[in-house]
Structures are given as structure tokens and as C-alpha cells.
Design a protein around this ligand. Structure first.
Ligand code: FES
Length: 116
């Protein structure tokens, strides 16, 4: 069941906020377009919180989309697919469905997006 994690206004543009929902750590990001993303917060290369890393808001024309970079060794994870776009990580993190209701963000940690 989806739980309220924070308000949209609690997430600064191009920064990540770590939340824990149902025991699942999740990095919530607002990109420069105002879109909210939610991906697994634990880097698949090591036990590092991705929310402590860096948001890079790539132009959509690049086809890459916004990423969240792990500060430890620099793997960049797509906020849209959860896939690492650079080594050393090679396993994706989950991407969670989010709902925005009355300015608040809701996430169900048991529901992830199906990504090809
Ligand atoms: S711990 Fe994240 S890239 Fe190494």
C-alpha cells in the first residue's frame, strides 16, 4: 500500500532525498522539469546511499534523461530505468511508481515499474 513519504516541495530541484518506506530505502528526486522520480537508494556496487550522490539533469535530446550518480565510484543510474549507465555498477536499482496527491508524494515500495 502506498504511503505518504514527503511533500513535493520538500524535494529541492536536482537533489535527492532519502526516504524509507516499509523498510525499503528509496531515493526521491525532482528533476528540473519538476518530474518526481523514485529509485532504490542503495547502489548496486556497494552499500552506499545514492541520495548522497549527484543529480545530473541531461537534456532529453541526449536520450539519456536525468541520472543519479553514486558519489563513491561514479556510477550513474538512470532515474527513468534504474539502469547504471556507467561502471563499476552493472546491476540496476528498482524504479518505483509514485503518486502525487494534493502536493504530497506517495510510494508503494512493493510496486516497481516494469522496465525493458
Ligand atoms: S558504491 Fe556506488 S559505484 Fe561503487
Amino acid at each position: 500500500m502506498a504511503e505518504k513519504v514527503c511533500a513535493v516541495d520538500d524535494v529541492p530541484v536536482n537533489q535527492a532525498v532519502r526516504v524509507v518506506v516499509g523498510g525499503v530505502p528509496i531515493a526521491v528526486v525532482k528533476d528540473s522539469a519538476g518530474d518526481i522520480h523514485a529509485i532504490g537508494d542503495t547502489c548496486t556496487h556497494g552499500d552506499i546511499s545514492l541520495a548522497e550522490g549527484f543529480v545530473e539533469d541531461a537534456p532529453s535530446a541526449s536520450g539519456v534523461g536525468p541520472t543519479l550518480e553514486c558519489w563513491a565510484h561514479g556510477s550513474k543510474f538512470s532515474l527513468e530505468t534504474g539502469k547504471p549507465l556507467t561502471l563499476p555498477a552493472y546491476e540496476p536499482v528498482p524504479v518505483f511508481e509514485i503518486q502525487v496527491i494534493d502536493g504530497d508524494i506517495y510510494i508503494d515500495p512493493t510496486v516497481t515499474k516494469e522496465i525493458d
